[in-house]
Design a binder for this molecule. Structure first.
Ligand SMILES: Nc1nc2c(c(=O)[nH]1)N[C@H]1C(S)=C(S)[C@@H](COP(=O)(O)OP(=O)(O)OC[C@H]3O[C@@H](n4cnc5c(=O)[nH]c(N)nc54)[C@H](O)[C@@H]3O)O[C@H]1N2
Ligand SMILES: Nc1nc2c(c(=O)[nH]1)N[C@H]1C(S)=C(S)[C@@H](COP(=O)(O)OP(=O)(O)OC[C@H]3O[C@@H](n4cnc5c(=O)[nH]c(N)nc54)[C@H](O)[C@@H]3O)O[C@H]1N2
Ligand code: SF4
Ligand SMILES: [Mo]
Length: 663
């Protein structure tokens, strides 16, 4: 029996340190690493039994070829040699007749490891394939932050321990960032008050001292309402503003007067007294801390909303104060020189770009995409406008290859399905986007079945496509060594030996990182000349048809569609719709009955749950479920749209209106 340090590979801000106990070649037990500066020895319910994913009887173990209709999941095993040679033959034919842009890779963050995540980028660049813009998560949030703060490093989460007022703003901490709770607990013991600003009352709201229930997509107005009150009450930090901030006088003169409490209350649905208490709590705190989640940014005004919220800490001078600041995403991704893996020097300028939020449109608009290569992602389930995505995947003339660990909704449409390793079976280097830690995960068990890592697959495909380049003679471990060495340039003082040993390595944040503003002017830019508009202002959402807003939030038990393979995690509470009792009464809906939500894109069936955890006019559903887990064929994404955010071309998953029917 041996215990190995490892890293949680999932798309979660915590990037936990794991301790994996291996016995007779199998992972037997997985625990949280007590020495990891953010994990601190605990794990979420999903990863506490990661071995049940790794050794799941549903793991794909051999390459397979489709034998039934697309979508049926009927497949027969073939050898790796046959699989690779069929893919190469088809691609060569497509390239010869249609050009390489007829091939499109589609991937996201099934694994966050820098090597496996980007392993195939170089291959597709080199082939001249169409490029995918990876925008499905929350690029608008990052954009809004950068519009004001440039490349300034967001506040480290542990800083919040010293805050006396913490806003959990559109983040379901108890589901999506549970280890931040360690820090919030410490602050709370020292007397901090915790506020949760969200569209419905979930466990994070229960945990907080105060819950502010907001109408979806109106947080920009709330931020301006808070600033209006701070200004009126003389709670701004004039010294800080004068010294460090551009454009606050203009905002004060031409924008804030439009947002008095009664107007903001009407826009946001937040009662005036609540708005006032929220603003005063923020303005009177010694060192207020905002943890900003992505929810508020998944709307057509998402970048502007994030930009407005980012103005708050500047007004009260929270930056640089012990315990104060704002955390969107820790920018640790820039710790490694990812070009070592991605090979951007192989990119072909001018090739077609496809926004992944619009994969449905790209596959159905015309038939110019002839082959789709999906890995580390499950678009049939997680991409918006599911009917369009499925229509595209069902195309007979589309040659689809999927590299996966399980028979997902997308894998069911594969012509060739290839088995992928889990993080315990391959080497990789990880960063976290929720805290400032790096760690490497070295393989500690043999691959399950004949599965190959993304990197090994890239090497085999490159060879079959006649790309003869020494780049593909390297092992993932060799790439990892180069990545490790590259961190020193960006983070002088990082402990490279610790990183090599597979233990968590904290990034040495420069002193004053939080008071040195990495913008063009060197100041916080409320006014930003490079932008239109140069001064931020609230953008109301366009009115859509539909009586109800539908918020679809993360479920604690799964992560996007990952962990749907685990029967014990997906039992019960799937595709539930939270309806306020007043709405239910009006529509004669009973607890537990089947109801339907519909809009111009499609319809989905849910089980009704009557609860005042949501507000009238607002419906909530948690989780993105595989089709086999749900009542009818359609999951939540049949209702979401391919529309993009105002800036950064991001997803707008929560910007949905629907009709609700009792049936
Ligand atoms: N258990 C679990 N963990 C996860 C995930 C998961 O699916 N399950 N997903 C992972 C991924 S990929 C990501 S990107 C992160 C996301 O982590 P978060 O940022 O926490 O999650 P979001 O999905 O953005 O939603 C956060 C909250 O925003 C709320 N919200 C929606 N619209 C609005 C609004 O207009 N205003 C306000 N104030 N709140 C709003 C939702 O109700 C939800 O509670 O979590 C990661 N971790
Ligand atoms: N309605 C709605 N839809 C959403 C969201 C929402 O809140 N609401 N959230 C959105 C967000 S924030 C995100 S980030 C996206 C994520 O959406 P996806 O990118 O589809 O993420 P997952 O559903 O986690 O699927 C990842 C897949 O990668 C596979 N995988 C894991 N490791 C590896 C590996 O090493 N190699 C290969 N080849 N495969 C691997 C897993 O088995 C899994 O099936 O979903 C989005 N979709
Ligand atoms: S909290 Fe997030 S990073 Fe930590 S083990 Fe769970 S999924 Fe992984
Ligand atoms: Mo995400």
């Amino acid at each position: 029996m041996e215990t190995y340090p490892s890293v949680c590979p999932y798309d979660c801000p915590d990037a936990c340190g794991l301790l994996v106990t291996v016995e007779e070649g199998r992972a037997q037990r997985v625990a949280g690493d007590p020495d990891h500066p953010f994990t601190r020895g605990t794990l979420c319910p999903k990863m506490a039994h990661y071995e049940r994913t790794v050794h799941n009887p549903r793991r794909l173990t051999t390459p397979m070829k489709r034998t039934g209709p697309k979508g049926s999941g009927l497949l027969t095993p073939i050898s790796w040699e046959d699989a690779i040679s069929e893919i190469a033959a088809r691609w060569k034919e497509i390239i010869a007749t249609e050009g390489a842009e007829a091939i499109l890779p589609y991937s996201y963050a099934g694994t966050m490891g820098v090597i496996q995540h980007g392993a195939l980028h170089g291959l597709f660049y080199r082939l001249g394939a169409s490029e995918l813009d990876r925008t499905i998560c929350a690029p608008a949030k990052g954009r809004g932050f950068r519009d004001v703060m440039g490349r300034t490093l967001p506040t480290r989460p542990q800083e919040a321990q010293h805050s006396d007022c913490i806003f959990l703003w559109s983040i379901h901490m108890m589901a999506t960032d549970i280890h931040f709770r360690h820090d919030v607990d410490i602050a709370r013991k020292r007397g901090a008050k915790i506020w949760c600003i969200d569209t419905y009352r979930h466990q994070t709201a229960d945990y907080a001292d105060h819950f502010v229930s907001i109408r979806p997509g109106t947080d920009g107005a709330l931020a301006l309402g808070i600033l209006h009150i701070l200004d009126k009450e003389g709670l701004s930090d004039e010294g800080f503003l004068q010294k460090y901030v551009l454009g606050f006088e203009e905002l004060r003169k031409s924008v804030l007067p439009k947002y008095p409490p009664e107007v903001v209350s009407r826009m946001t649905g937040v009662p005036e007294e609540t708005l006032r208490s929220l603003a005063l709590a923020y303005g009177r705190a010694q060192s207020p801390f905002i943890r900003l989640g992505s929810g508020q940014s998944r709307y057509r005004n998402g970048a502007m909303t994030s930009r407005l919220i980012t103005c708050l800490p500047a007004f009260v001078g929270a930056w640089g104060k012990r315990g104060g600041g704002l955390l969107t995403s820790a920018s640790a991704s820039r710790a490694y020189d990812e070009d070592i893996v991605h090979r951007p020097d192989w990119r072909r300028p001018g090739v077609r770009h496809v926004n992944m939020c619009q994969i449905g449109e790209a596959l159905t608009r015309d038939s110019s995409i002839k082959s789709l290569f999906v890995y580390s992602s499950n678009p049939a389930c997680t991409a918006p406008d599911q009917n369009k995505v499925i229509e595209g995947l069902a195309r007979d003339d589309l040659f689809t290859v999927v590299h996966e660990r399980f028979l997902t909704d997308t894998a069911r449409y594969a012509d060739i399905l290839l088995p992928a390793t889990t993080s315990l079976e391959h080497d990789d280097a990880y960063y976290s986007y929720g805290n400032y830690t790096l760690q490497c995960g070295w393989k500690c068990i043999l691959p399950v079945g004949e599965s190959l890592s993304n990197w090994e697959l890239a090497c085999r495909l490159a060879k079959a496509m006649d790309i003869d380049d020494a780049f593909y003679d390297q092992s993932a471990r060799e790439l990892a060594e180069k990545l490790i060495a590259s961190t020193e340039k960006r983070w002088p003082g990082i402990d490279l030996e610790l990183l090599r040993s597979g233990r968590p390595a904290p990034l040495p944040l420069p002193e004053n990182y939080n008071r040195t503003f990495a913008t063009k002017s060197g100041k916080i830019e409320i006014h930003n000349d490079a932008l239109r508009p140069a001064l931020p202002d609230y953008m109301p959402l366009p009115e859509d048809a539909g009586d109800f807003a539908l918020v679809n939030a993360p479920d604690m038990r799964i992560l996007d569609s990952s962990f749907n393979e685990r029967d014990e995690l997906t039992r019960g509470h799937v595709m539930e719709l939270w309806i306020h009792p007043e709405d239910a009464e009006r529509l004669h809906i009973q607890e537990g009955q089947t109801v339907t939500c519909s809009n111009e894109r499609g319809e989905a069936a849910f089980t009704a749950r009557l609860t005042d955890r949501t507000a009238p006019g607002r419906l909530v559903t948690e989780g993105v479920w595989w089709r086999e887990r749900i009542q009818r064929d359609h999951s939540i994404n049949v209702l979401s749209s391919q529309r993009l955010t105002d800036e950064a071309a991001g997803s707008t998953f929560y910007d949905i209106r629907v009709q609700l029917r009792s049936k």
